[in-house]
Design a protein around this ligand. Structure first.
Ligand SMILES: Cc1ncc(COP(=O)(O)O)c(C=O)c1O
Length: 305
């Protein structure tokens, strides 16, 4: 099935959305991207875009930092995305990739006086970490410090270190890399946030641990509180605490809630999917497909009924 892109203010076949080799962003990583899931519900015959507004709020925060000016509000970006998804018409899980980028065909290391543009496209996309229980390792590649490049938004250039971390992990036989902050605390996966269960409580690195504050992370914190009465403690986590936690899981738009069975060759808990992890995994899976009426505010339907 052909896909479409929103490119230079028009909907065009994806194959026609092309940029020049001189585009500033591909030389210097001067772009902000997002990753948004559309989750197909075969009973409802509907695709639900999950927390669309929050993704575009984070994109515009990134634009503010990178001095990218877009001629769109959050609501307009949401409308463009819904229309794009309607045009694509997929009846399966999809992934939306919006990109706000320095589009001028110009060289020179800077962010000022460079024109900007916005593109979004959609592809069908199933599982990201394609195992039921992930085996992880600590990466020697760190998350960027606050004064390297702000880690809290999705700056394209920041992902070079995450890509190095992910490939090292995969080629060493693991499923995902866990990156530390510059001060040596646990930060997050190469494309996911991390949660532990310690003494029956949920613990996750805080925003000051150089994480990307994930929308899935926020959803899981709220679902744990509302549905399981479990509070989440946001604090610095020492590396050693990873190895002795009762449970561990990763969260992200692409990875959903992925249980972690092993870190650096140490089994986590009994090496099976933890009890709290499994509950949250099931609650989250229901919520994102529009099956829980309490959370329909988070689910933007694509198709008109
Ligand atoms: C580095 C990084 N951390 C965490 C996340 C999880 O964020 P979210 O749940 O908003 O997808 C992502 C994915 O967007 C990411 O790229």
């Amino acid at each position: 099935m052909p896909s479409y892109a929103y490119f230079k203010k028009q909907f065009v076949p994806l194959a026609e959305a092309k940029i020049s080799v001189m585009t500033h962003a591909i030389h210097y990583g001067t772009a902000i991207f997002e990753g948004i899931r559309g989750n197909w519900n075969s009973e409802h015959k509907q695709t639900y875009l999950f927390r669309l507004k929050e993704h575009y709020e984070r994109l515009l925060d990134g634009c503010q930092i990178m001095r990218i000016t877009l001629p769109y509000t959050v609501d307009e970006l949401c409308r463009i995305t819904v229309e794009l998804a309607q045009k694509c018409g997929f009846e399966e899980d999809i992934y939306v990739r919006p990109l706000a980028y320095k589009s001028a065909e110009a060289l020179g290391v800077r962010v000022h006086d460079i024109s900007d543009d916005f593109v979004a496209f959609i592809i069908p996309w199933g599982r990201y970490i394609d195992v039921d229980k992930a085996r992880c390792c600590i990466s020697s590649w760190q998350r960027p410090g606050d004064n390297t490049a702000p880690p809290q938004v999705k700056i394209m250039g920041n992902y070079a270190s995450n890509a190095l971390a992910k490939s090292d992990a995969i080629e060493s036989g693991f499923d995902e890399a866990i990156m530390l902050s510059p001060d040596g605390h646990v930060s997050e996966g190469s494309g996911e946030n991390l949660f532990l269960v310690i003494d029956g409580k949920l613990v996750t690195p805080a925003t000051y641990n150089n994480i990307l504050p994930g929308i899935t992370r926020d959803s899981v914190i709220k679902l744990a509180q509302n549905e399981l009465g479990l509070e989440t403690i946001e604090r610095s986590i020492d590396r050693g605490e990873l190895y002795t936690a009762e449970e561990c899981f990763l969260t992200g738009t692409a990875a959903h809630v992925t249980p972690v069975a092993e870190i650096d060759h140490r089994q986590i808990g009994n090496g099976e999917i933890g009890e709290i992890t499994e509950k949250l995994q099931n609650i989250y899976a229901d919520v994102i497909r529009g099956n829980n009426p309490k959370y329909l505010d988070w689910c933007m339907p694509v198709y008109k009924k």
